[in-house]
Design a protein around this ligand. Structure first.
Ligand SMILES: Nc1ncnc2c1ncn2[C@@H]1O[C@H](COP(=O)(O)OP(=O)(O)O)[C@@H](O)[C@H]1O
Ligand SMILES: [Mg+2]
Length: 372
C-alpha cells in the first residue's frame, strides 16, 4: 500500500536531517478505503510518544499525495537481523531475545494504554511482525508501521470485510471472527518471540488456511525441540502468549513484563545487539558500494536505492548524503509471510545496477574508440 523512502528534510530554520517518509503507492491513491487507512496511520502515529516507537514528525500533502514523515531509524529491521543470524547458523542470544521482547512490550504498553487529555485512547497495532521492528545502531528497539492499527475496542472488520495483517503472526480469533484486542497483539508478539528463540515460526502450514488451523489448535512444536536451555519463565511466557484462546493469554503487556522481570541483563544485551546491527550494516554497505562504483558514469543519475523489508539500507559514515528527497529506501514488498510474492524493491535495484553497468561500459567503449 505504501512505499517508504529515506529523505532529507530541511526545517524552516534551515537544519537538514535524514527522515523516513511514507507515501501511498500511486495506484492506491484513488482507493478511498486505502486513503482512509493511510490518513489514520498518520493521525495515530502523531499521537504516540515513546522511545520504543519511531517518532512521527509531521504529515504533508504535495503533488504525490499525502505523506507521513518519521524519524529515520539508522539500523536494520528484525527480519534482517534474523536472516543474518540464520546465515551464520546461530541462534540469537537469550539476553538479546529478552531485550527485544521487553522493549516491544513497553512500546505496546504505551500504545495500548495511550491517553489523550486523560481520556483513554488506546491503540492495537495489529501487525506485529519482524519487518515492523527496527533495531538501531545503538541497540535500541523501535516499533513501526501503525498502518492497520485501530483504537482499542473499535469495531472489527474493515469496510470491505478484509482481514489485514500477516497470516503467520495473526491471532486465531481475529482470523476467525475479526475480533481483535490487546491480547491479539500479544499473540503476534509471542510468534515473534518464538521465532527469535528458534528461527522457526510456531505455526507454519503448507498454505494460509493450514497455518491458521495450526494456530487455532495450538499445534506447534515445543520450544525445547529447537533450543535447549531456554529459561523456564521465558518459555512459559512464550507458551502463554501463543495460546489459541485469548483468555488463556496474559491480560496485557504489563503482566508479561512482570513475568519476565529479573531475567535479562539489559545493558550488556543492548551493547551486544548494537555491535550486531553495526556489523550487519557494514556488510551491507560494502555490498552496496560495489554497485555504486559501477554507477558513477554521468548517465547513472538515478540515485535510487530500492531495498525490500529485511534489508534496511546501510549508510556508511563516509557516504555523501543524497541531495534531494530521492532515495527509495523500501517498498511494500512481500515480507514476513505477506501473501504477495514478488520482491519489487530488489528487482528495481537490480535493474538500476544493470542499466548503470551497461551505460558505464558504453561510455568507456566510446571514450576508447574516440581516443584511438
Ligand atoms: N522510521 C524508519 N526508519 C528507518 N526504516 C524504516 C522506518 N520505518 C520503516 N522502515 C523500514 O521500512 C519498511 C517498511 O515500512 P513500514 O512502515 O513497515 O511500511 P509497510 O506498510 O510497507 O509495511 C520497514 O519494514 C522497515 O524496514
Ligand atoms: Mg511494515
Amino acid at each position: 500500500m505504501a512505499e517508504t523512502l529515506e529523505c532529507l528534510r530541511t526545517s524552516p530554520g534551515g537544519i537538514t536531517t535524514r527522515v523516513c517518509v511514507k507515501r501511498m503507492l500511486p495506484g492506491h491513491r484513488d482507493d478511498p478505503e486505502l486513503v482512509r487507512l493511510f490518513e489514520r496511520e498518520a493521525r495515530l502515529s502523531l499521537q504516540l510518544s515513546h522511545g520504543g516507537i519511531a517518532r512521527a514528525i509531521e504529515t504533508l500533502v504535495d503533488d504525490e499525495g499525502p505523506a507521513l514523515v518519521l524519524e529515520y531509524v539508522e539500523g536494520i529491521d528484525l527480519r534482517a537481523y534474523l536472516t543474518a543470524i540464520r546465515e551464520r547458523g546461530e541462534l540469537p542470544p537469550i539476553e538479546t531475545v529478552l531485550l527485544i521482547l521487553k522493549d516491544l512490550l513497553l512500546a505496546l504498553h504505551h500504545a495500548h494504554t495511550l491517553e489523550t487529555d486523560a481520556i483513554p485512547n488506546g491503540l492495537v497495532h495489529r501487525d506485529i511482525s519482524p519487518s515492523n521492528v527496527l533495531l538501531g545502531i545503538d541497540g535500541d528497539v523501535k516499533l513501526v508501521d501503525f498502518g492497520i492499527a485501530k483504537a482499542v475496542g473499535d469495531s472489527y472488520r474493515t469496510a470491505t470485510g478484509i482481514i489485514r495483517g500477516k497470516i503467520p503472526y495473526m491471532a486465531p480469533e481475529y482470523a476467525r471472527t475479526g475480533h481483535y484486542d490487546v491480547r491479539s497483539d500479544l499473540f503476534s508478539l509471542g510468534v515473534v518471540a518464538y521465532e527469535l528463540l528458534t528461527l522457526t515460526r510456531p505455526y507454519q502450514g503448507r498454505n494460509d488456511p493450514e497455518t491458521l488451523e495450526h494456530a487455532a489448535l495450538g499445534r506447534r512444536a515445543p520450544l525445547a525441540s529447537f533450543r535447549a536451555h531456554v529459561p523456564p519463565a521465558l518459555e512459559a511466557v512464550v507458551e502463554s502468549l501463543l495460546s489459541p484462546r485469548p483468555d488463556d493469554r496474559p491480560r496485557d503487556a504489563r503482566e508479561v513484563l512482570e513475568s519476565l522481570a529479573g531475567l535479562g541483563g539489559e545493558v550488556s544485551a543492548r551493547t551486544a545487539l548494537a555491535a550486531e546491527v553495526r556489523a550487519r550494516r557494514e556488510a551491507r554497505a560494502k555490498e552496496r558500494m560495489s554497485l555504486e562504483t559501477a554507477a558513477t558514469s554521468p548517465a547513472a543519475i538515478e540515485p535510487t536505492r530500492a531495498i525490500v523489508e529485511g534489508e534496511t539500507a546501510p549508510l556508511s559514515a563516509t557516504e555523501p548524503l543524497p541531495v534531494a528527497e530521492a532515495t527509495l529506501l523500501l517498498t511494500n514488498a512481500a515480507a514476513d509471510g505477506k501473501r504477495s510474492a514478488p520482491e519489487l524493491g530488489a528487482s528495481r535495484s537490480t535493474l538500476v545496477g544493470v542499466v548503470a553497468v551497461g551505460v558505464a561500459l558504453a561510455v568507456l567503449t566510446w571514450l576508447a574508440l574516440s581516443s584511438g
